[in-house]
Design a protein around this ligand. Structure first.
Ligand SMILES: C[S@@+](CC[C@H](N)C(=O)[O-])C[C@H]1O[C@@H](n2cnc3c(N)ncnc32)[C@H](O)[C@@H]1O
Length: 275
């Protein structure tokens, strides 16, 4: 396990993932019944942007660093949460964002396999009865920890994509959860380096028979260099009402702030499978 999210926290891809995550959590608030969130690849939960790791890449400056003055429009909610978590001194990872949006009675389950990152995450939530931190394989947790007793909630799958076969694992994981826990909303992050693996991923999902899938994607340049993170996507299974329209305004606003530097940028909202 070489990947450490501390080098990348707050970059453009985090901004895409987290702005969509915040919208999905607000959608879960529409009903009073309690929900749970499973974050299968959770990271350390909160990132010090003055630490050497963040400083070495400086990626956050081209991500959350370009959004912090926003106080209206489709990104305002996410930016306010980031500021409340300490931005620009610190940046909230997915567990901190989810925790900020739990109501009394809602729960967060986190899995993190890296021993040091797991220890940091556990320390962050020590004594918090609404959060459980597991030192376990997030892929295995998809089977072990679903369905939730609450019978509603969100499964966030955000793997590091450092091993071959992660797209196939992700497609299989989406099908597994859709089968075991039909009511779950799933949000699954993936990289866009070049188009071929993404096309194959979408094709695998279409072939899986899983219903009601949408892909939200944003790229900062033509995705032709397979060595670079040119863009990213979030595959949503079982998207809440109005997701496509409202998430489209989020992607457009993100591209407006984060793009504009290289040719070939864009975003799409693609229905992969009908309801
Ligand atoms: C992209 S980062 C997660 C970022 C986090 N979701 C966020 O948005 O703040 C991926 C994390 O998954 C962890 N990881 C890698 N393989 C794992 C596995 N099989 N199960 C659980 N965690 C894993 C890595 O150590 C890393 O912290």
């Amino acid at each position: 396990m070489n990947y450490r999210h501390a080098f990348h926290a707050g970059n453009f891809a985090d901004c895409v993932k987290h702005a969509l995550l915040v919208w999905l959590l607000r959608a879960l608030h529409r009903k009073p019944a309690p929900f749970a969130v499973l974050d299968t690849h959770a990271g350390i939960g909160r990132y010090d942007l003055s630490a050497p790791e963040a400083g070495r890449t400086g990626e956050w400056r081209a991500g959350i660093g370009r959004l912090l003055d926003i106080d209206a429009g489709p990104l305002a909610d996410t930016v306010a949460l980031a500021r409340a978590a300490g931005a620009p001194a610190a940046y909230p990872g997915s567990p901190a964002l989810v925790r900020a949006l739990l109501r009394p009675g809602d729960r967060l389950l986190c899995c993190e396999l890296h021993p040091e990152d797991h220890a940091a995450l556990r320390a962050l939530f020590r004594g918090d009865a609404q959060v459980a931190v597991h030192h376990r394989d997030g892929w295995e947790a998809l089977r072990a920890l679903t369905p939730f007793p609450e019978r509603r909630g969100l499964v966030l799958v955000d793997p590091p994509f450092e091993q071959d076969g992660e797209f196939a694992r992700l497609a299989a994981g989406i099908a597994l959860v859709a089968h075991r826990f039909r009511a779950a909303v799933q949000a699954c992050w993936y990289p866009i380096k070049h188009r071929a693996p993404v096309r194959d991923f979408h094709a695998a999902l279409r072939g899986s028979g899983v219903r009601d899938l949408v892909a939200a994607e944003l790229w900062l340049r033509e995705p032709t260099d397979p060595q670079r993170l040119n863009g990213c996507g979030v595959l949503i299974a079982n998207p809440p009402y109005r997701f496509e329209a409202e998430a489209g305004t989020i992607l457009a606003a993100l591209l407006d702030r984060l793009g504009g530097r290289e040719p070939g940028e864009g975003w799409t909202m693609t229905r992969i499978a009908e309801e």
